[in-house]
Design a protein around this ligand. Structure first.
Ligand SMILES: C[S@@+](CC[C@H](N)C(=O)[O-])C[C@H]1O[C@@H](n2cnc3c(N)ncnc32)[C@H](O)[C@@H]1O
Length: 468
């Protein structure tokens, strides 16, 4: 028998449930199909659509999209890199269009669809309403393949007719349907209403530009390793490889066309790393001198740790509460041939500290990540309004604890990738008062920016010095 790929991501098989009458089974969630296999070809759009939908459905229950996709892929040993790429592309598009797609489905579906059907329709509608000039697939291909995907999965097969009807109606009545749903802010902007309100309150002049920029596809920005090359030298390497690129920061180079890291010249040898241009401001701001003791207190995956070490021979400790993520710091250090001490520990505690103070501390604290939604379009659907206060409380504790570990005259750089003042400027101001910290020059809130000149995520920087 042919080995067929598994497309379900579900939990271990349970004993068979008693048979239900048809009328009852309609009201209950179908049993999870752990062993489900499909005849869909891995290079078909249907295969990518059902895989993407399986990931999107998990985001709706609280899993982040990269993890959800990794779980889908782990169940399909035969998946090709192309199918993986296609699934990822569809799932990310679905996240960026989710408000509009769900509003459209709400208008067209005769009753609320089952979770996987809803996600499958959202993936298909994201392809049919792609904001790019060139739609990624022909409209009728999308409809046919979505119907085939629905037919091939036990959780969606019964809804095949409805999927067909909804998508065909969308193609017939596209303008009227879009005009109707775009009156709703959630459909127009593709964020939850509380998020739209929070951006409006915090940034009354810039809120529309901020929301729109969060829906744009992110650039691929590289950081040139100052120990191995200058930006000019690396731009020449890219030109030789026929890759267009622009310098957008002291060490930052933006590729005109994003490619996989395996295709980036010098990546494997540590000549460059992938890092947003805004995030590349941290290491220079810390002003680390050779031989200094430096603590990177929330370090994983290590972008800023590595940049610090590229700029100075320092004794760096990279700490993170998540040991799995901390392992990625080790991998990045290895690729760049750099060294740091790795500590799996919580930055609000002292149990890991040897009592020797640091000359520099980087506190890139956990936050809502509301400034990096163009890279992580799932975040807006995963976050809850109350997360801001909870995370701000934790980061306040982290900052107060770290301050005691800073040597007199030392500097602490507080960073967030948030747009919410409660996590950023208000936190910085309150911290300075509580600790009589001297505030030095730093960019403060950087709103997300895209375009020819500047291109960076939304970040916040505050720099403090301890009185000598
Ligand atoms: C914004 S990310 C850091 C990004 C990193 N500085 C970089 O540039 O690659 C925040 C990190 O804080 C870690 N974290 C969360 N809670 C923590 C805590 N209580 N103590 C230390 N690290 C924590 C998370 O695991 C996450 O890796």
């Amino acid at each position: 028998m042919n080995k067929r790929p598994t497309l379900s991501l579900k939990s271990p098989a349970k004993p068979a449930a008693p048979k239900l009458r048809a009328s009852h089974s309609r009201d209950l969630k179908p049993a999870l199909q752990t062993q489900f296999q499909t005849n869909l070809k891995p290079d078909s759009l249907a295969y990518s659509l059902i895989g993407a939908a399986s990931a999107v459905v998990q985001v709706k229950t609280g899993t982040n999209l990269p993890q959800a996709l990794a779980q889908v892929w782990s169940k399909q040993p035969d998946i090709t890199p192309q199918a993986r790429g296609a699934m990822q592309d569809i799932a990310y598009r679905a996240m960026r269009q989710l408000g509009q797609s769900e509003a459209l489905i709400g208008l067209m579906a005769p009753k609320a669809p089952e979770a996987l059907v809803l996600s499958l329709l959202s993936c298909a509608l994201a392809l049919l309403t792609a904001p790019d000039d060139t739609p990624p697939y022909e409209e009728f291909t999308v409809v046919d393949q979505t119907v085939s995907a629905a037919e091939a999965h036990p959780d969606t097969a019964r809804a095949k007719g409805m999927v067909n009807a909804v998508l065909r109606r969308f193609l017939r009545e596209r303008k009227a349907l879009l005009d109707a749903v775009l009156l709703q802010p959630v459909a127009k902007w593709n964020y939850p209403q509380w998020w739209i309100d929070a951006v409006k309150t915090a940034w009354p002049q810039q809120w529309q530009q901020i929301l729109a920029s969060g829906n744009s596809a992110p650039p691929l920005t590289l950081r040139v390793n100052a120990r191995k090359a200058t930006v000019e030298q690396y731009l020449a390497t890219l030109a030789e490889a026929g890759m267009d690129a622009t310098q957008i920061g002291p060490y930052a180079v933006r590729l005109e066309k994003p490619v996989g890291v395996q295709l980036i010249p010098g990546f494997a040898d540590g000549v460059v790393s992938v890092q947003d241009a805004g995030a590349q401001l941290a290491a220079p701001l810390l002003d680390v001198q050779p031989g200094m003791r430096v603590l990177d207190a929330c370090a994983a995956p290590g972008g800023k740790t590595c940049h610090i070490l590229e700029l100075a021979e320092a004794q760096v400790t990279a700490l993170d509460a998540d040991p799995k993520r901390l392992a990625r710091v080790g991998e990045n250090l290895d690729r760049l041939q750099l060294q740091a001490a790795l500590k799996p520990a919580e930055a609000q505690n002292k149990d890991w500290w040897d009592g020797q103070q640091y000359d520099r501390i980087l506190a890139d604290v956990p936050c809502t990540a509301s400034g990096i939604v163009r890279r992580h379009p799932d975040i807006r659907w995963l976050r809850r309004k109350g997360d801001t206060l909870q995370l701000a409380t934790l980061s306040g504790k982290i900052l107060d604890n770290l301050w005691q570990m800073l040597a007199p005259g030392g500097k602490l750089l507080f960073v967030t990738c948030s747009l919410w003042p409660q996590e950023s400027e208000a936190q910085a101001a309150a911290f300075a008062v509580r600790n009589q910290a001297v505030r030095l020059d730093a960019p403060g809130q950087l709103l997300p920016a895209g375009g020819s000149g500047q291109d960076h995520d939304g970040l916040f920087y505050a720099l403090f010095q301890k009185n000598a």
